[in-house]
Design a binder for this molecule. Structure first.
Ligand code: C2E
Ligand code: MG
Ligand code: MG
Length: 671
């Protein structure tokens, strides 16, 4: 913008002159009384005012350099070009320049000859070489989807018949899965007598919102690892299927859940990458075993779900069975992966929509079936929904909630079952701490009813910590009373044993309760001991290094390898009650018991026989050389008070001669 405008100064000067002239009007009237002179004088003033305000001064000099705020070269003519619009239209060169600088493509369709002109840009937009572009509509027809081409033809014909512009979007064949489409627009031109001459148009590329939606849909609903649907989609689809089935009473579909057994072990033994590949193969196998419209999804880390549609037949379960069997067989076939052969086991739960009719119930029942299969050791089998499972599932959920509450409310108490040494005058060597749930409504509940649920839900970890502390506190009380050689055994579940900080936690509890580790034993089942052998051995070493002892519980039920057993730093085997039950009347059980006794002897381990109820069983064990006995024959599990009474009544004089006086004193204090 310029500071001084010459025209403005000129106009201002003229107005100033007018002002002087106007100021002199009285003088003029005095000077001449001629009216003619006066009128001329006034006319001159009006003329000058008009010029100052309205006259358009011609442009000259360096002002020519600006046109519509754009600076143009000095050499450009000041005169507007004669009929420049016409010139512009006619000049091919100018048109070509415009066409070339545009990112859009242009086309013209010459109606009389049927020839099409495509600008250079069109080849790029169609994603083809320039040699593929000719003077026909084949250029478009060959590279867009067939249905879209038909749509374009119809629109073009309509625009020529009805004289209006059109605009269509066409999907490229080469970009089937991408989000790119082209937008083709055209406008027809007609001669003065109304005949179509040509169609002129442009082509641009655009990102299709429909395709983006399709892609987003997959981000939201697809399982990234396996490519099948995810849990969210599955549940939504199931809801739709249920709603549809409600409108058609004859329509039956089934939901199958497939759980890969011991998938954690596959990850641990190989790698998570290997585990991922197993999941991919399983997903692929499920997909290829199902029909096109069956919905396959991964709904948990190692759980897949399928909706099997349109089950025919009078009894859908009959019709379903072959489908389910085929699916199960295909999935569990041996896998060849990364040069290894792997056998996988898959547990399967099947629920039919006629039995259960809402998403939550279908899923809850199917999950309950899977849980049941695992709990009962029925890995790798197929189980169909039966009525009772729903109630069972509800009961389980309620129980889980109740266990959580009971941990907070400290409703768990410990009973102590004596372990007696029959080789040393029936001296009591210690107790096994056995948990009971002292429920406000139901009274005392047995661990068989809640330990499996606590294990499954992980609640065993806080519960186990509570039990260990209670047992240590109680044992410390007895030690302080002088029974300083007794050992109290605490059961540890596999989940507790696998905790990273398990050894530190035990050390902490011992320190806080001031209990000597020699008074504590940890019992783990044979099955737990056989999981993750190397890790288990490390933990056992750390524990026995602290001075406490380890027992293998339920020995004989877990098929442990003797070579492993030899490597474990353990002190005691506990022979399972199931082998004791018939030692006195079944030769097979008797020889098994003899074998366990000789294993313990050869490995130099203590042996405790569990569940001894009769004198015959006791006699057998005495004869075969098993000295330590736990069972109803001597005592059922006792309350801490009764256990103290038992201690008092049975404690031998030899090991606690010194302590016995103390015992007498302190029992009196405690009572
Ligand atoms: P277990 O560790 O093998 O405990 C022995 C079970 O046999 C106890 O059952 C005990 O009462 C029972 N028993 C002992 N002698 C006899 C007998 O002569 N006859 C009969 N019929 N039974 C006898 P309980 O207390 O019901 O415990 C069952 C299982 O629950 C235990 O088996 C153990 O696996 C688990 N459990 C108990 N308390 C705890 C605990 O504090 N923590 C953990 N993790 N598990 C526990
Ligand atoms: Mg035990
Ligand atoms: Mg046992």
């Amino acid at each position: 913008m310029r500071l001084f405008d010459e025209h403005a100064i000129l106009r201002f000067a003229l107005l100033f002159v007018c002002f002087i002239f106007a100021a002199l009007v009285p003088e003029i009237l005095n000077f001449s009384d001629s009216l003619f002179m006066f009128i001329n004088y006034i006319a001159a003033i009006i003329f000058l005012v008009y010029v100052a305000v309205f006259y358009k001064f011609p442009v000259s000099g360096n002002l020519k350099k600006m046109r519509n705020d754009v600076e143009i070269p000095e050499s450009a003519t000041a005169e507007p070009s004669r009929d420049y619009q016409k010139d512009l239209m006619e000049k091919d060169e100018m048109f070509q320049m415009l066409v070339d600088v545009s990112s859009d493509g242009f086309w013209t369709f010459d109606v009389p000859t049927g020839k099409v002109y495509w600008s250079n840009q069109v080849a790029k937009l169609l994603n083809v070489g320039s040699d593929k572009v000719d003077d026909s509509f084949d250029t478009l027809k060959n590279y867009v989807m067939e249905s879209d081409w038909e749509h374009f033809r119809e629109e073009l014909a309509k625009s020529l018949n009805e004289n209006h512009p059109f605009n269509v979007s066409l999907r490229l064949v080469s970009a089937k899965d991408s989000t790119t489409e082209i937008m083709v627009s055209g406008r027809p031109q007609f001669s003065e007598d109304g005949r179509p001459i040509r169609v002129v148009g442009s082509i641009g590329s655009r990102v299709s919102t429909a395709a983006i939606e399709r892609q987003n849909y997959f981000y939201v609903y697809q399982d990234a690892l396996t490519g099948v649907y995810n849990r969210k989609f599955f549940l939504e689809k199931l809801k739709v299927d249920i709603d549809n089935a409600a409108k058609r009473p004859d329509y039956t579909f089934a939901v199958a859940l497939l759980d890969i057994d011991s998938f954690g072990a596959i990850n641990d033994s190989f790698s998570t990458n290997f585990g991922d590949n197993v999941l991919r193969v399983v997903a692929e196998r499920i997909k290829s075993s199902c029909r096109e419209n069956d919905c396959v999804a991964r709904i948990g880390p190692d759980v897949f779900a399928v909706v099997l549609h349109n089950i025919q037949g009078a009894d859908p379960n009959d019709d379903l069975m072959p489908i389910v069997r085929k699916l199960h067989n295909n999935v569990k076939m041996p896998l060849q992966l990364e040069g290894r052969e792997l056998y996988i086991s898959v547990s399967m739960a099947v629920v039919v929509n006629r039995d259960v009719d809402c998403v939550e119930d279908i899923m809850a029942n199917a999950s309950a079936i899977l849980r049941d299969l695992k709990k009962n050791g029925d890995h790798g089998s197929i189980q169909f929904f039966t009525g009772g499972i729903r109630e069972k599932a509800m009961k389980l959920y309620k129980l889980e909630y109740e266990i959580r509450r009971a941990i907070q409310a400290k409703e768990f108490v410990l009973m102590y079952q004596p372990i007696v040494d029959i080789g040393a005058g029936n001296n009591i060597v210690g107790f096994e701490a056995l948990v009971r749930w002292n429920n406000t409504e139901q009274g005392i509940i047995s661990p068989a009813e809640f330990i499996p649920i606590a294990e499954e839900t992980g609640l065993i970890v806080p519960m186990g910590a509570l039990i260990l502390r209670m047992a240590c506190e109680q044992t410390k009380k007895w030690v302080d009373l002088g029974y300083d050689n007794i050992k109290v055994a605490v059961n540890f579940s596999a989940k507790q044993f696998a905790l990273d900080n398990m050894v530190d936690d035990v050390r902490k509890v011992l320190a806080e309760t001031h209990l000597n580790p020699k008074n504590l034993k940890l019992e783990i089942t044979e099955y737990t001991a056989m999981c993750e052998v190397e890790k288990t051995i490390d933990i056992m070493r750390a524990l026995s290094g602290m001075g406490l002892q380890i027992s293998i519980d339920d020995f004989g039920t877990g098929y442990s390898s003797l070579s492993y057993l030899k490597r474990y730093p353990i002190h005691t085997l506990k022979m399972d009650k199931s082998f004791i039950d018939h030692v006195a009347d079944d030769e097979e059980d008797a020889s098994f018991a003899r074998m366990v006794i000789s294993i313990a002897k050869s490995l130099n381990l203590d042996l405790i026989a569990e569940g001894v109820e009769t004198a015959e069983q006791l006699e057998f064990l005495r004869r075969e050389g098993c000295r330590q006995i736990q069972g109803y024959f001597f005592s059922k599990p006792l309350t801490p008070e009764d256990a103290l009474g038992y201690l008092k009544a049975h404690y031998g004089s030899a090991p606690a001669e010194k302590a016995s006086e103390k015992v007498e004193e302190k029992v009196a204090v405690l009572a």
